[in-house]
Ligand binder design. Structure first.
Ligand SMILES: NC(=O)c1ccc[n+]([C@@H]2O[C@H](COP(=O)([O-])OP(=O)(O)OC[C@H]3O[C@@H](n4cnc5c(N)ncnc54)[C@H](O)[C@@H]3O)[C@@H](O)[C@H]2O)c1
Length: 271
């Protein structure tokens, strides 16, 4: 039981990549917190894992709503006393060409994919750094050596970006949000490592999930064929992403921080 007694908070945990991540954490003994808009799907995940996971807290809400986010983080810290892993997987995809996309859609994508990621990081980090910050400040004041990061509890943040962060036709808003997630990840990695908090991002290529099923079936499978050719390893499964997320939370990745990992299906170029 690799994650026994650990607590994983997964946004967007009711579907696709987030859901598979929840399942894998639960199979490995973790206590689970799910935050998602979709109450019905949260219930179906709960049923799916109830045989091996009875430590399960679900909160329905919107990642772009600061109050919802704070309530979720407060609930988890109250119930479990701590959170060890924050996985930011909630996201939306609304594609359109530059000349057609509506301003409201652009704003919505920024709010969910980018601000939502930031809000969850901020709410967790405020809890995580209280004691380490005080210890570091006291050491500085007293002229004592600054404690090593590894003297503080080990925390991980994993953000789900996308290969689209490198630019993709029809994805002006989506690619901007996912490139923003990489910026957030790199900044958090640099700022937070002093407190033993490691931050990483994964960049999946096309993965079968409810988010992409419309695209995969569209135009009699034209896009499915296109992506199968574009990615030599084909279209991915949520498991391919969840496996990497769990690796980034495990002891094997102890010496890593700020990794931006393409899960690219072998794609050699991005256009
Ligand atoms: N599927 C892919 O091909 C692919 C590729 C690269 C990156 N991603 C990213 O992976 C993440 C997960 O995608 P997925 O394929 O699992 O999609 P999905 O649609 O299956 O799951 C996304 C989940 O996020 C939730 N969600 C959406 N908006 C929310 C909000 N405002 N507040 C709370 N929850 C909200 C949804 O209810 C859903 O349960 C997303 O960030 C997505 O951008 C997906």
């Amino acid at each position: 039981m690799k994650f026994k007694n650990k607590v994983a908070l997964i946004t967007g945990g009711a579907s696709g990549i987030g859901r598979e991540t929840v399942i894998q954490f639960a199979q490995n003994g973790a206590k689970i917190g799910i935050f998602d808009l979709d109450q019905k799907n949260i219930e179906s995940v709960r049923k799916q894992i109830m045989d091996y996971c009875d430590d399960f807290v679900s909160i329905t809400g919107d990642v772009s709503n600061k109050k919802n986010v704070q309530e979720c983080v407060d609930t988890l810290f109250e119930k479990y006393g701590d959170v060890d892993y924050l996985i930011n997987s909630a996201g939306i995809l609304k594609d359109n060409m530059i000349d057609k996309i509506q301003e409201e859609i652009f704003d919505e994508m920024l709010a969910v994919n980018l601000k939502g990621t930031f809000l969850f990081i901020q709410a967790c980090v405020r809890n995580w750094i209280k004691a380490p910050k005080l210890t570091i400040e006291t050491a500085k004041k007293e002229g004592k050596p600054i404690p090593k990061p590894t003297s503080f509890p080990d925390k991980r943040i994993i953000n789900v970006s996308s290969m689209a962060a490198e630019g993709n036709i029809g994805q002006i808003a989506y690619s901007a949000t996912k490139a923003g997630v990489i910026g957030i990840t790199k900044t958090a990695a640099k700022e937070l490592i002093q407190y033993n908090i490691r931050t990483h991002a994964v960049m999946p290529a096309l993965i079968y999930s409810p988010m992409t099923e419309g695209l995969v079936t569209k135009d009699d499978g034209k896009w499915k064929k296109y992506y199968e050719v574009r990615n030599p390893l084909g279209i991915g499964e949520p498991k391919h992403v969840a496996d990497v997320i769990l690796f980034l939370c495990g002891t094997e990745s102890h010496f890593m921080n700020g990794a931006i990992i393409p899960i690219s299906g072998g794609r050699l170029h991005s256009l």
